[in-house]
Design a protein around this ligand. Structure first.
Ligand code: COA
Length: 320
């Protein structure tokens, strides 16, 4: 049995508002707010890597929970924008934070990453392989955003969120689901770039390309169905859920989910207004906002569901 025992986030200092884009592309604040709800997003400093943001989120987790992390046995980083593919970002955290004996993997599941990470951590713990797992969702999306593409560049932001999942006396993970519509893979994807690094050929991340309309329709059509499925799998009713935290892709997507489920927006935390779409960091950033307001408290029932490039989704219900 397992539970989340520590939680922390990080957002880079630099705040970018919508007027920034008026200089770069043909757009305006009113269009961006009306179509997405986004008012600002954060951008990593030039020398700030995804692994640096992970470390900051873990430090925040330690400060929030008073936890030591030297005894973490496994680190899972969920990201689409790693420092590089090898060594993986989890190994960078292991090294930077001096976590002596931890297995390290990165998983690439785009905006569903953080919830997939929690599912894997729960599986490791409940099978008895490990007792304490660190899950970090972190993105430097500003590095893989095409700032000449007005249909996508206004959406993305940078940030990180971290959770410790540990063995516990009572099961706090109440249900899970996941799935993929691979047919729609070409509607949201990352290009590759062949670069020369230190005189040698290297493949690095390119830029995000998407068909926004298709992704929007897929999300509003499928996520409410998957939310209902998660609730039923846990043997609960929607009324039993204190908060539903979907990936903060676009405020209009969250409003459509709210309407479909007849579930009030006040109980759907979001991070997209202030942070933009931060992919695998968006769910932790949304939860952190509620924790700091005192609305999400221990013992509450919180449903998380991430969705994005794949097109893939992953959900879980936890007793916080
Ligand atoms: N500023 C001003 N106009 C813009 C614009 C911008 N930044 N981007 C696109 N437009 C224009 C289009 O060119 C189009 O003009 P046209 O009618 O003259 O051809 C018009 O606005 C409508 O474009 P459309 O793409 O249909 O807009 P939309 O209402 O679907 O909104 C998104 C676009 C990207 C905001 C929306 O589709 C979306 O958020 N999709 C989900 C994307 C997402 O969440 N991706 C990540 C998932 S994890």
């Amino acid at each position: 049995m397992s539970k989340i025992t520590g939680f922390g986030t990080y957002a880079p200092e630099k705040i970018v508002d919508n007027h920034y884009f008026e200089e770069l592309i043909d757009t305006n604040d009113e269009w961006i707010v009306s179509r997405t709800g986004i008012k600002t997003r954060r951008m990593a400093a030039e020398d700030e890597l995804t692994s640096d943001m992970c470390v900051k989120a873990v430090e925040n987790l330690m400060a929030n929970s008073g936890q030591e992390i030297k005894d973490v046995e496994f680190i899972i980083v969920c990201t689409t924008s790693p420092d590089q593919t090898m060594p993986n970002t989890a190994s960078r955290i292991q090294n930077k934070m001096g976590i002596e004996n931890a297995g390290c993997i990165d998983i690439y599941a785009a905006c569903a990453g953080f919830v997939y990470g929690l599912q894997i951590a729960h599986g490791f713990i409940n099978s008895g392989i490990y007792k304490k797992v660190l899950v970090v969702g972190a993105e430097a999306l500003s590095r893989i955003t095409d700032y000449t593409d007005r249909t996508s560049c206004i959406l993305f932001g940078d940030g990180a969120g971290a959770a410790i999942v540990e063995a516990s006396e009572e099961e706090h993970f109440l249900s899970f689901n996941s799935g993929t519509d691979g047919d729609l893979g070409h509607d949201l994807y990352l290009t590759r770039q062949n670069n020369i690094i230190n005189g040698k050929e290297a493949v690095t991340n390119g830029k995000i390309l998407q068909n926004g309309r298709t992704v929007f329709k897929w999300a509003v059509g499928s996520i409410p169905v998957k939310v209902r499925e998660l609730v039923a799998k846990a043997g609960l009713e929607l009324d039993d859920i204190d908060f539903i935290v979907p990936h903060s892709a676009n405020l209009r997507i969250l409003e459509a989910i709210s309407k479909d489920l007849n579930f009030p927006m006040e109980k759907i935390p979001e991070s997209v207004t202030d942070h933009g779409n931060t992919s695998s960091a968006s769910i932790p950033l949304a939860i952190e906002k509620e924790i700091s307001k005192g609305t999400i408290k221990r013992g509450m029932i919180v449903l998380m569901i991430g969705f994005g490039g794949g097109l893939t989704f992953a959900g879980t219900i936890v007793k916080w």
